[in-house]
Design a protein around this ligand. Structure first.
Ligand SMILES: Nc1ncnc2c1ncn2[C@@H]1O[C@H](COP(=O)(O)OP(=O)(O)OP(=O)(O)O)[C@@H](O)[C@H]1O
Length: 471
């Protein structure tokens, strides 16, 4: 049959049994059986490999010739067996590997197919070498992709040998093995972002992106489009081409919602829906887009407390809090300060071209007494500031004195700012602080202490008792 432009069509081609067999013969060592597992056809290579003739075995069950064959099992279970050692007829024959495949038409087994993939160890070894070379290449490119998409931080950047940091690292390793949502809670500057990056970096998703959104930094009206994107013409001012949201950008990888506590209440149900259904809808879009993301959320206040005061939705909180990690504040693990400071000195010497040799132990001791409300970030800033004053040699207290001079006043201000303590409590804190400083300065000389504080010795003892300070 010819088409209008004179070309032959497929209809002229007669696809008879002989052609099928000739094609199968190209497959090297191969067998076709009927649905019961009897020989119907074997290839020339099969005859050579086994030293048998089709005419002698045609119609026989394969298991009569090769009792260890798996073709009967494959036909019975409708499952293929791939890469099974091929049965041998004599010990001189080289080991091959074969596959047993049931041929299924409309749910019924109609034939069986046996294919010896490698009929000698040499071909298998050559193939395996090629495969290994390809795997090496693949691994190389995977490393390259990981390098290019590298998380800003990894678990090795978490410095500290305290038991609390040991526990934190264990929690990170555990979280990295799962794909469940993680909620990271910790004070400001305690390392929440560092932990989020470490989890992503150790997870199976490390080759895919980690996309971060700081919920505190996005204006409420842009939040939805940032998260879910929008379609062309969704609203005035929207980009002509439409835009992917962070959910779509993070697909296959992790989405890090920093400061989730700042997420507008009105948007919380939308986030919950996206997490529960693993799909999103762009603004102005008509279809749902499936997204495969691992959510990591961080908060610097207790979300549970926010839930009790109705400032955060409880259903979203429970959805986020599947795995929870609390980062200890620096004041809870002051034993890590020397190690942290050493690494900071090394980092800033390199970054700022300085030559600071170290820090005096007395300074580290005083660092251990401070409560570090800004945690590691504050420690980092203090060390950088001190190093800029010292430039070389050892860091001494004089390099930090100015920063800490007004700390009691600053703390009072901060406490009042937070509004978490009554002013009376704040005054007490300040009083205790001054008392401790004066006692540290004058030691046993209580008269001198009382004089400096402008109170009587009796009142000094009373105050020491009140604040639980040992005499
Ligand atoms: N254990 C640690 N070891 C070394 N560096 C740390 C550690 N924890 C935090 N840092 C460093 O402290 C700084 C602040 O950390 P990060 O930004 O992760 O804190 P955060 O809790 O996310 O802060 P915020 O609440 O302000 O968002 C970063 O430079 C980080 O590298």
């Amino acid at each position: 049959m010819k088409t209008w432009n004179g070309e032959e069509t497929v209809a002229d081609f007669v696809f008879d049994e002989d052609i099928y067999k000739l094609i199968v013969d190209q497959l090297d060592v191969a067998v076709i059986t009927d649905q019961e597992g009897r020989y119907v056809h074997v290839t020339k290579s099969w005859e050579e490999y086994y030293g048998l003739q089709l005419k002698d075995i045609k119609g026989k069950f394969v298991r009569e010739v090769f009792p260890t064959t798996k073709i009967h099992e494959a036909l019975k279970t409708k499952e293929s067996f791939i890469g099974v050692p091929a049965p041998l007829v004599n010990e001189k024959q080289e080991q091959g590997w074969c596959s047993y495949i049931p041929i299924i038409k409309e749910g019924q087994v109609v034939a069986g197919f046996i294919h010896v993939l490698f009929h000698s160890e040499k071909t298998a070894v050559a193939f395996s070498r090629r495969l290994n070379a390809m795997m090496d290449e693949l691994n190389y490119y995977k490393q390259e992709v990981k390098q290019l998409r590298k998380s800003k931080y990894s678990i090795d950047d978490i410095i500290g040998e305290s038991p609390l940091i040991g526990r934190l690292k264990e929690q990170i390793q555990r979280a990295a093995k799962s794909s469940s949502t993680v909620l990271i809670e910790g004070e400001t500057g305690s390392g929440k972002e560092l932990v989020a990056h470490s989890i992503h970096d150790l997870s199976q998703r490390a080759y895919k992106p980690l996309i971060k959104i700081n919920c505190a930094a996005i204006p409420a009206e842009l939040f939805e489009s940032e998260l879910f994107g929008y379609e062309y013409g969704a609203f005035t001012g929207a980009d002509k081409k439409g835009k992917k949201g962070k959910f779509e950008m993070a697909s296959g990888g992790s989405l890090f919602l920093d400061e989730i506590n700042q997420m507008p209440l009105i948007l919380q149900p939308k986030l919950l829906r996206a997490l529960q259904e693993s799909e999103i809808e762009r603004i102005g879009g008509k279809e749902s887009i499936p997204v495969d993301i691992r959510l990591i959320a961080a908060s610097n206040t207790s979300l549970e407390k926010m839930v009790s005061s109705n400032a955060f939705r409880s259903d979203l909180f429970y959805r986020l809090n599947v795995l929870s990690i609390r980062i200890p504040a620096l004041r809870e693990r002051t034993e890590d300060i020397p190690l942290l400071v050493d690494s900071m000195i090394e980092k800033f010497n390199f970054q700022l071209g300085l030559n600071v040799q170290g820090i005096q132990p007395q300074v580290l001791q005083r660092f251990g007494e401070y409560d570090w409300p800004g945690n590691i970030r504050e420690l980092q800033n203090v060390v950088e500031r001190g190093m800029n004053m010292a430039l070389t040699g050892m860091l001494e207290w004089k390099h930090f004195d100015e920063y800490f001079q007004n700390k009691a006043l600053r703390r009072l201000g901060r406490t009042a700012e937070k509004g978490s303590l009554l002013i009376r409590q704040a005054k007490k804190n300040l009083e205790k602080e001054i008392l401790l400083e004066s006692l540290a300065k004058y030691g046993d000389n209580k008269t001198q202490c009382a004089r400096e504080m402008g109170i009587s010795r009796t009142l000094l003892y009373k105050k020491m008792k009140e604040y639980g300070i040992k005499q």
